[in-house]
Design a protein around this ligand. Structure first.
Ligand SMILES: *Cc1c(COP(=O)(O)O)cnc(C)c1O
Length: 420
């Protein structure tokens, strides 16, 4: 898996566009995505499983930009949505309802109603009380809801605990020992149509082993359920494939396909995959400008204009992102803490990082920021959310504007009575 953020004559380009030219037009900070990188990642995944009847459903919580979702939907991807809002965005981006999966451990009545208006591929159900709720609402609406049941395979994905989801102690899915009972309940409810079995064990999973273990358990279960007469058309094995952030050498889709295709094919089910990070992670960078430099007791600080509200992964997961100078002016390096302007010590992008010597106004590219970057951004410290730019060859498009101060107070009011 490669990407198209490369130096040419010591200047970083995204495909055919100089990053500094984008900043000249839209300012900094800014998220920049490469169309070619994301489509190549999709094709790599899709072709790896050419011998398996499958659909790749992009987990859009990784990057819900309308343009990004639209490109992947147009390439043939389905979309895995985690909320009513994500379904709304997916539809706006042109995704076909028949390729939309509605995932989520806590769907609200309003969200279920909203999703039932469209003939989506399926609701991925995570508890028996949710089965009853969807049945009741579908009944009221005169619909039959397609449901898959998410089973927790109790496999250790060997990743950060905040992004492990398939262990017995996690909140996700239904315990495997309750699988038959849950499918029995689903099949008995009049307004549900059982269509599949699902799992998702976590994120940034570097090895194939956890996938092999979980897929094996699920394949066995799918066959047992079929034998018992349940309609298992889909087997959804979730997402979680890792990307290289630092020095990891994650398994490729081909490695994964070599390891699990035959296991999956035994089931005779259509296989659904839900990669998020893999499709978009290395297709985006966050470009930021050095506002100030300072030194405390031999420690260098680069204070940049992006902050934890723009990219929270370092603060939240202690995640590592490569950080590169957009223009390589000097060969000299420095060791610095790269930090943002928010009033929190947790507002950092890197500690003690060796980086090309920088000074005020230099631009830095925080790499591998295409997944769980903008989507996890907030207005903390009343900071404006940054624009998103999509590069296509020699052209670039501003696909989301920088917010304005008016955006910050949209929908707010000060009741006169309150302050009189
Ligand atoms: C988050 C999530 C994904 C995507 O995970 P990645 O690690 O980004 O591939 C897929 N499926 C479900 C159910 C998820 O919650």
């Amino acid at each position: 898996m490669g990407h198209h953020f490369r130096y040419r004559n010591k200047e970083m380009f995204c495909e055919g566009v100089r990053l500094s030219d984008i900043v000249k037009e839209v300012g900094s900070p800014v998220y920049i995505y490469s169309k070619r990188t994301l489509l190549e990642a999709y094709t790599e995944f899709d072709t790896a499983f050419a011998n398996v009847d499958h659909l790749v459903c992009f987990a859009m919580k990784a990057n819900s930009s309308l343009s990004v979702v639209s490109l992947l939907a147009k390439a043939g991807a389905g979309i895995d949505c985690n909320s009513g809002g994500e379904i709304f965005r997916a539809l706006k981006a042109g995704a076909h309802p028949s390729k939309i999966i509605f995932t989520g451990v806590g769907k609200t009545e309003e969200e279920i109603r909203f999703a039932l208006q469209y003939d989506i591929l399926m609701f991925k159900v995570e508890s028996r009380s949710e089965l009853r709720a969807i049945d009741r609402i579908a009944g009221e609406m005169g619909k039959k809801a397609p449901v898959g049941i998410r089973i927790n395979p109790n496999v250790d994905p060997k990743t950060h605990p905040y992004i492990a989801t398939g262990l017995a102690e996690d909140k996700f899915g239904i315990d495997q020992s309750m699988a038959f009972e849950s499918f029995g309940l689903a099949a008995s409810l009049p307004n549900l149509r059982v269509v599949g079995l699902d799992m998702h064990i976590g994120s940034q999973i570097v090895d194939v082993d956890p996938f092999v273990q979980a897929a094996t358990k699920m394949a066995v279960l799918a066959l047992e359920l079929k034998k018992a007469g349940f309609n298992i058309e889909h087997l959804d094995i979730g997402g979680g494939m890792a990307i290289p952030y630092k020095v990891e050498k994650p398994a490729s889709p081909k490695d994964l396909a070599d390891a699990i295709s035959s296991i999956l094919n035994v089931t005779d089910c259509k296989i659904l995959f839900e990669p998020g990070r893999f499709l978009v992670g290395n297709a985006g960078v966050l470009v930021t400008k050095v506002l100030y430099t300072k030194k405390h007791k031999n420690k260098n600080f680069l204070i940049v204009d992006a902050a934890m509200n723009d990219l929270i992964r370092p603060s939240l997961y202690d995640a590592y992102h490569k950080i590169r100078a957009v223009e390589l002016k000097k060969v000299e390096t420095m060791v610095a803490d790269i930090v943002g302007p928010v009033c929190e010590s947790g507002d950092f992008f890197a500690h003690n990082r060796t980086i090309n010597k920088c000074k005020q106004n230099d631009l830095l590219a925080i790499m591998s920021a295409g997944a769980y970057g903008f989507t996890m951004s907030s207005n903390y410290n009343a900071r404006l959310r940054v624009p998103e730019v999509l590069v296509d060859g020699n052209k670039f498009y501003v696909v989301r504007d920088r917010e304005t101060y008016d955006d910050l107070i949209r929908g707010e009011r000060i009741p006169e009575e309150l302050v009189k």
